[in-house]
Write a protein that binds this ligand. Structure first.
Ligand SMILES: Cc1ncc(COP(=O)(O)O)c(C=O)c1O
Length: 418
């Protein structure tokens, strides 16, 4: 259930009024609902309970330690793409037998760390990686479990920048390369091929491409097994979309049904790597209006959050619902507004062309759907300290990432500063 609800004239997160919270933690600030996170995790696990499945949370989508701890405690594993994410996941208590390491450019030291942690498998994305992982595993006297990430050339029908299953993208290996890749794997005693993987994109709203991918991957697994490889897993990646405005994403049950139907004939254990669908809607970005100015075309509502806090609108032209934290007067006059940050880029906006009651300076706004790829993509551009992250649990809250200090912006520069 959505825990960001209007009550007694203002929005709350769980039972905490956001106005009150902003007085304690300042703005901009990311606010997450623990209850929603736990509900999303249990709904996901429930949807897959009738088929052997490992759900590995895509750490990149929201990598805060306290969030990860909650997710691992709920029974999920981790899908990661860097040594930084690996160490975060381990710190937060990830079960190592449910960690998969994806990514198109794994580096030697990252592979060494993952081998030493004893992760479940690497999702291999290039012939180069096969030899690299084999060499490092042999040196460490270990056998590395790998799956081959296949690019199935299926259009996920989503934003081009989050499409990852077409030949025009850098991801995965092609089916035609398989014979050569399998020969390479056979010649490497330190490798064990345990599965195939794919991830065709993110914010998927139509299940048809995922169904097609599951069927294609199931057929491919059968061919690979017929060549004598003892596969055990089929990894279908992440991708389930969420509602940012008026989208109608498939339910988690429909999503599970689509994947399971494709994979069931193989009997292979299913791996999924959900990110956005678990955390996207558990978070909002609170921001305060600095000023409002009128130009011949529109009003610009300048707020204290910017593209360094939330880059999705700039990067993907993605839509986030933006509302006042206080209930607006019914039938209040509206104006055409762009909600923009203070950064020196025309691309610095959180929302464009919004017909909304005109906010006033000092007003508290809430940018919805910011849990996924929000704080985890934040930067310090324009020397802006990154925003804090707050976890709300009932009427309590905990600062799970402090606001960065100004000093921290240049702390790593002092060493070479003369
Ligand atoms: C390999 C891989 N798995 C899983 C995910 C998570 O996708 P989503 O957040 O759409 O569920 C991503 C996202 O980019 C990814 O690259």
């Amino acid at each position: 259930m959505d825990q960001f609800q209007l009550r007694d004239g203002s929005y709350h997160c769980d039972s905490l009024p956001l106005n009150e919270l902003s007085q304690s933690v300042g703005t901009p600030a990311y606010i997450y609902s623990k209850k929603m996170l736990e509900e999303h995790c249990s709904a996901l696990l429930d949807a897959f309970k009738n088929y052997p499945t490992d759900a590995c949370f895509a750490v990149k989508s929201l990598s805060n330690l306290s969030i990860l701890k909650t997710i691992f405690a709920a029974g999920l594993g981790a899908d990661l793409v860097s040594a930084g994410e690996l160490q975060r996941a381990l710190l937060a208590g990830a079960p190592t037998n449910r960690i998969v390491f994806s990514g198109v450019g794994k580096q030697e030291d990252e592979v060494r760390q993952a081998l030493s942690a004893g992760i479940l498998m690497f999702n291999v994305e290039s012939p180069f990686e096969i030899d690299m992982i084999a060499g490092l595993a042999a040196t460490a006297n270990k056998t590395a479990a790998i799956s081959l990430r296949i690019n199935p050339n299926i259009d996920a029908q989503t934003n081009a920048k989050i499409t990852t299953g077409l030949y025009s993208t850098k991801f995965g290996l092609t089916e035609t390369d398989l014979p050569d890749l399998l020969n390479r794997i056979r010649s490497q005693p330190s490798l064990q091929l345990v599965g195939l993987a794919c991830h065709i994109g993110s914010q998927i709203l139509d299940l048809a491409p995922l169904r097609e991918a599951a069927q294609q991957m199931a057929a491919l697994s059968t061919s690979v097994r017929n060549l004598g490889f003892d596969l055990r897993y089929l990894n279908m990646g992440g991708g389930l979309g969420i509602r940012y405005s008026n989208e109608e994403p498939p339910s988690v049950m429909e999503y599970a049904e689509a994947l399971i139907q494709g994979v069931r004939p193989t009997g292979l254990r299913l791996i999924i790597e959900p990110g956005r669908s678990l955390v996207g809607n558990i978070g909002v970005l609170l921001t305060r209006v600095i000023s409002v100015k009128k130009t011949p075309e529109r009003h610009f509502v300048v707020v204290d959050a910017a593209m360094n806090d939330l880059i999705r609108p700039t990067l993907y032209e993605s839509y986030h619902t933006i509302t006042s934290v206080n209930a607006t007067v019914p039938n209040a006059p509206t104006a055409l507004c762009d909600i923009v940050g203070p950064i020196c880029e025309s691309g610095d906006f959180l929302g464009k062309d919004r017909q909304m009651p005109l906010p006033v300076a000092g007003e508290l706004l809430m940018v919805r759907g910011c849990g996924a790829y929000g704080s985890s993509m934040a930067s310090q551009y324009n020397s802006r300290p990154r925003a804090p992250e707050i976890l709300v649990d009932g009427a309590q809250f905990r600062i799970i990432r402090q606001r960065e200090t100004l000093e921290s912006l240049w702390a790593n520069e002092l060493h070479g500063f003369r």
